[in-house]
Design a protein around this ligand. Structure first.
Ligand SMILES: Cc1cc2nc3c(=O)[nH]c(=O)nc-3n(C[C@H](O)[C@H](O)[C@H](O)COP(=O)(O)OP(=O)(O)OC[C@H]3O[C@@H](n4cnc5c(N)ncnc54)[C@H](O)[C@@H]3O)c2cc1C
Length: 385
């Protein structure tokens, strides 16, 4: 079956970034098709917890995509290195915000973003559907969809790739960290009081994010070690966690574990004629400091604005050129920041340990520098003067 009139935008991937873009375009005179390879409900079981910056909340709330009742506020962030001196404490109050960010389950976020999406004005949703062919043809792209009821050809003015981390190919700069993130939820012996912890260890960073009354853990380990850790029972896992974290907190119970292999993937070109890549499909970062979704959400927000402000042709070259220009600094500095943190902190060299300690202590003693780091994490490149 073929549709003769092109739709304005076809978005592939209903992850949190694709769904945010749909919400930002809904009701704004555009005909938008959203294609997801699974059922939307499948995302509810994703085991990740995401730290969303205050800037992310400010984008999601007007879109009706803010999971307020499921979000736990981060009031302070404690950054330190295991076995070395120096630490930095970033506090919401000194940055002029009520919370530095919030932690939510990926599934809760996706579920709120997906709520009623197929009924929004101008939106057509295809679940359990994949794209089998893409042909560029001047003023539109022709896309073949494999839907549960058969194949369908659709022409679109703009094809948006929001299908998450891609397979490795030469359209990407790819760098494996040789690390795997083990995620779990744990119960602390004392209340968390809204404090998030980022502790760097020679094996990789460890994050504890306040979530409900417990913590969401992201324990980064060399992949061979992670494989062993995943086989441990609860008690042995808590022992490993305690060893990595040190004595500042005690943990009394933990939930199931899941693993995510980590790599940096940077798409070399963000656009081709009438096609654009956003979110993890454009760049997949190491989860240290929780940048990935926050960055992808800013991709969606800027792309939506480029489309609204443009003329009737959503895929016009001027829209895409403006998008690429506006996203360049944010994506490159976010990738450099996370990659730099992993490289500088994931080792046990004494001179580097000393330099890191001095850096953390200096940051702690210098409120303007600390506020800048906090603003950079909250608003991305908008924090630059
Ligand atoms: C352990 C871990 C912790 C993290 N913590 C944080 C954090 O604290 N803060 C933060 O900001 N980020 C964090 N991230 C990063 C964050 O998870 C990602 O940046 C975010 O999920 C990207 O969203 P997305 O919608 O671009 O892609 P995805 O979440 O990968 O969604 C892609 C969607 O596209 C669908 N899809 C895939 N292929 C196709 C296809 N061919 N056709 C149709 N549909 C398709 C998928 O089914 C999926 O629904 C973390 C990542 C990891 C691994």
């Amino acid at each position: 079956m073929a549709d003769a009139t092109p739709v304005d935008v076809l978005i592939v991937g209903a992850g949190p970034v694709g769904l945010s873009l749909v919400r930002a375009l809904a009701g704004r005179r555009f005909r938008v098709v959203l294609v997801e390879r699974s059922a939307l409900t499948a995302q509810r079981s994703d085991p990740r917890a995401l730290a969303l910056s205050e800037g992310a909340r400010q984008i999601l709330e007007p879109l009706g995509g803010w999971p307020a009742s499921a979000a736990t506020a981060i009031r302070t962030i404690h950054v330190s290195q295991r076995g070395g001196f120096g630490r930095t404490l970033i506090e919401a109050a000194e940055c002029g915000v009520a919370a530095l960010g919030h932690v939510v389950h990926y599934g809760e976020l996706a579920s709120v973003l997906a709520g009623g999406i197929g009924e929004l004005p101008g939106i057509e949703l295809h679940e359990n559907t994949t794209v089998t062919a893409v042909i560029h043809g001047g003023d539109a792209v022709r896309v073949t969809l494999r839907t549960p009821t058969g194949d369908r050809d659709i022409a679109t003015r703009l094809l948006v790739h929001a299908e998450g981390a891609p397979m490795q190919d030469d359209t990407f700069r790819f760098l494996s960290y040789g690390q795997t993130a083990v995620v779990a939820e744990v119960t602390p012996a004392s209340p968390h009081s809204g404090r998030a912890w980022e502790r760097f260890t020679p094996e990789g960073p460890l994050a504890l994010l306040p979530l409900g009354t417990g913590y969401a853990v992201v324990l980064t380990l060399p992949t061979a070690h992670a494989t062993v850790v995943l086989t441990l029972d609860d008690e042995a896992f808590l022992g490993i966690l305690q060893t990595h974290f040190g004595g500042d907190l005690k943990f009394t119970a933990c939930g199931p574990r899941a693993a995510f292999p980590l790599a940096l993937r940077m798409r070399r070109e963000l656009t081709t004629p009438r096609q654009v890549w956003i979110g993890n499909a454009a760049q997949t970062l190491h989860p240290v400091s929780g940048q990935g979704f926050n960055l992808g959400l800013r991709d969606a927000a800027v792309l939506a604005e480029a489309i609204w402000r443009g003329g009737p042709d959503a895929g016009a070259p001027i829209n895409l050129a403006g998008y690429v220009h506006r996203r360049r600094l944010d994506r490159l500095t976010s990738a450099a920041f996370t990659d730099g943190l992993v490289r500088v902190f994931s080792n046990d060299l004494a001179p580097l340990r000393l330099a890191r300690g001095i850096g953390l202590a200096a940051l702690d003693l210098c409120p303007p520098a600390r506020r800048f780091v906090a603003r950079r994490m909250i608003w991305g490149a908008r924090a630059w003067p």
